[in-house]
Design a protein around this ligand. Sequence first.
Ligand code: ADP
Ligand code: MG
Length: 320
Amino acid sequence: MGEFELIERYFAAVGVTRRDVTLGVGDDAAILSVPAGQEVIACTDTLVAGSHFPLDFDAADIGWRSLAVNLSDLAAMGADPAWATLALTLPKLDEDWLEAFVEGFSAVALPHGVALVGGDTTRGPLTLTVQAMGFVPAGTAVRRRGATAGDLLYVTGWPGDAAAGLALLQGRLAGAGADRAALELKFRRPEPRVGFGLRLRGVASACIDVSDGLAADLGRLVAASGVGAVVRAAELPLSRALYTLAGEARAREFALGGGDDYELLFSVPQAARGALARAIASAGAPACHCIGEIVSGRGVRVVGEKGDLPLQKGWDHFAT
Ligand code: ADP
Ligand code: MG
């Protein structure tokens, strides 16, 4: 099987069929039409084997993850996903691997209405770059900039679970049974908060998705907004599985400093609390917890019972 046949067989019809795709896979480029009054939100994320996921990671999980992490970025902007492209570098042509990869990718693309509209296929060390594009009504995207002092700070889901899942896979954390399985699944198959992100338009004053650790990503949100934040350690939501396997102190470390959560971290003006409550009450909304507030000044403080907690640095590929 050559490159052309490979593309035809595996990538010609991935995801949903969309009317706004005038021309998808097969030509030199795709032709896409943007609905009137909408803006395109575009993002891209690269996954390198051995750096972003373990070398022996399951192909279906890689497919899932490659799209899910991008939809998480769209969710953080309040965008409705539409299109994706995939640049795939493979060490060899392995049909079982490709089939599983496409299955995992499709498992995220289909429920979120995403069409794969193009890409590139090359040989080399396993690397995946996905670009995702979505829409917002013009002017309504939620940015990192926009938080002001007095806003309340919220996070979806159970931060730290995914990092603990990776620690379990790598033998840095011990555990078994249902707790272990639940945490590993959080790492292997992050659920982008797309539906909830849409509901945060006009509600959140600023938003970021947590990929490099809650404290580090909160640092980015407050830096972009020109404010500070206070997180109350006691309010950090810790899942029972995380608490059971890691113990309270280490669970908090995972929640604050671990990465790969793909949860939404956002600020809400006091006046929008009612609107937020309605968003949280809507069908399919994830768990959502108030963990602190935005303050004037700079930087992130995490306040515990015995004073401020030390903050670890978030993930940085070029840290020395
Ligand atoms: P070119 O050489 O002109 O760049 P390619 O042979 O790379 O064309 O790609 C042919 C078509 O297949 C293009 O429409 C491209 O977008 C699509 N394509 C290639 N690889 C992938 C992939 N991994 N996933 C989706 N579409 C792909
Ligand atoms: Mg090409």
